[in-house]
Design a protein around this ligand. Sequence first.
Ligand code: GAL
Length: 412
Amino acid sequence: MMSRYIRIAQVLWCAVTVNAVIAGAVAADGEPTVAVRPSNGLAQTPPMGWNSWNKYGCEINEQLIRRQADAMVASGMKAAGYRYIVIDDCWQASRDSSGNIVADPQRFPSGVGALADYIHSKGLEFGIYSDAGDRTCQKRPGSRGHEYQDAAQYAAWGVDYLKYDWCNTESLDARSAYGTMSDALRASGRAIVFSICEWGIHEPWLWAAAAGGNLWRTTPDISDGWVGKARHVDWFGVLDILDLQVGLESYAGPGHWNDPDMLEVGNGGMTVEQYRAHFSLWALLAAPLIAGNDLATMNPAIAQILTNRAVIAVDQDPLGVEGRRASKDGDAEIWVRPLAGGSQAVVLLNRGDSPRPIQLTWETLRLPSYVPVDAVDLWTNERIRGATKALRFTVAPTSAVMLRVTASQPGR
Ligand code: GAL
């Protein structure tokens, strides 16, 4: 229901002017509609970068962040397309007597502006974190009531990306709170990617793009494990997060992405095969690729996952269509994503603990069975030419095969 109103509002906006938005209106189902912001033109492909939270939590400081920026360049990640270095929660200490946000002077003695300059000097972009409530999740000052002041400060520091959380928001309305910060960022005069993080609890896929978000979390926090909730453990592993993406694919597109949370690749809780599957699936989902491991000490197997150009090209495909689960047979799943130029990306996922034969039929690819298809395995680079009807793979336990498939051109 909501999405229809957003679409109507988008048409209205295009037809008239930015002032003609329907702020404060109420849809027929009684839910408040959201004022529709025009696109800020950013994040035409899913953002790629690194964030401090998954590995370091509150144990951050300026040397650590500089080291990660250095390693993003030295490891080849920058060359592979990663751009943003994002400091998550715990960089803030207080507000001064004028209400300006103050960084922790022990951990960031040179100041946030100097850190931003350093990151920019490496050809990278700089991201920061705040919260729509009075306090962040780690009880640092949030932005409630200081949205415009904070946005102006971020712009003065040279911030390029804001992750905006949802702790301690009490009676706030998510649509308007995120809309306010989005307006404040725009008013700051700096191009700042807006990352909405309310864990999917208010169905942000229905309104977050209209509220000015470039990406929005669809789930609670990811953990460094293959499966949690599905085995009645109280945390979300890769498979639990994956299951929550089913049906959301139509809401993503250039400039506005579903965010199934940051990567755990390299943090030590999963096998290399599982990390490869995690990365493959996130690329298939057109997810933001925000690494969360120590880039300075990662081993070659992990670096190879994070810098796999063929998989990254799927994630960054300019068509910007999110992939979907095309079939499920117990632990065997096939995920498919259409790509620019007519190829398709495919992930054959074995969720279970024993090897599993998985057959990819042309029906799943929505191709006639007689069409010859070329396929390349994006992890082994093995090529198959001119296959017809189906391809069969035996997929190892808790792992995935990722392919790019292309129907042969007529007359070849
Ligand atoms: C959570 C958020 C995490 C991290 C954490 C920081 O709400 O989902 O990604 O930002 O807060 O306290």
